[in-house]
Write a protein that binds this ligand. Sequence first.
Ligand SMILES: C[S@@+](CC[C@H](N)C(=O)[O-])C[C@H]1O[C@@H](n2cnc3c(N)ncnc32)[C@H](O)[C@@H]1O
Length: 271
Amino acid sequence: MSAPEWFAANRANWDERVPIHLRSYDLTALRAGRGVLHPIEEGEFQVTPGERVLHLQCHFGADTLTLAQRGAVVTGVDFSPVAIAAARVLAMELGLTARFVEANVYEAPQVLPEPGGFDRVFVSWGALCWLPDTVGWAKVVSSYLRPGGQLYLIEGHPAALVFDDLAAGDDGMPGWFAPYFHSGPLVLDDERDYSDAAARLGNKRTYEWLHPIGEVVEALRVNGMAIEFLREHDGVPWRMFGQLVEAEGGMYRWPGKRWLPLSFSLSAVRA
Ligand SMILES: C[S@@+](CC[C@H](N)C(=O)[O-])C[C@H]1O[C@@H](n2cnc3c(N)ncnc32)[C@H](O)[C@@H]1O
């Protein structure tokens, strides 16, 4: 598989999701001037006014602009031109100063050549699975941080992502979907969208990757990043499995026994 194949397919898929998400995401608080992140990152990731924050894979910028509302000097990067255009319009509508840059994460240093130019890099929910190479990703992250700068990452847990409802058993519990140590892309044809049950995607083919926790930590370590904390959580902000129940703050959790971690968060500091 050539790189352009995964890139073109994934970008077409994300371009198509943007107008869907502009309708389905709840932007009420953001539009009222007080955007909120999900509860885990609200508790773990605080910005102070004037901090330079790079938001990688920013989608149409809702979280980026939430950080701007708190006084951060924000730059969002995404490979979807549709997402970047929507982010710029949203920033203008909200009267917020924010910079949005269209780039593949791996090529961002060429498009946005600002080594060491950020105090924090923010990466959240459903980002790493679109990237084939965690070492290359960590290199980009590390290159953008000043010494002592922080990466904050909050993601779906790979131990949960090996399961899927498509392989559900008679008890309704999600079944095995992919091996934890699967290498290479998972080539999926799924016309559904996670935030709008009625939406059907024409560009349904995607190339996704499962990255074990150890691989992510090691990728950061070899790129000069020291782990400050690594935490596992029992909530995730989308209905990862039909069995999950909606909880506070837009999170979904197991109804009874906490079978598996559903997400993890990590803070790493550049040496
Ligand atoms: C699930 S969304 C992340 C949501 C994000 N946390 C937010 O603030 O809304 C994944 C994003 O990754 C972007 N993306 C996927 N592959 C990428 C790549 N190689 N380079 C840059 N952006 C990419 C997509 O366009 C999409 O906006």
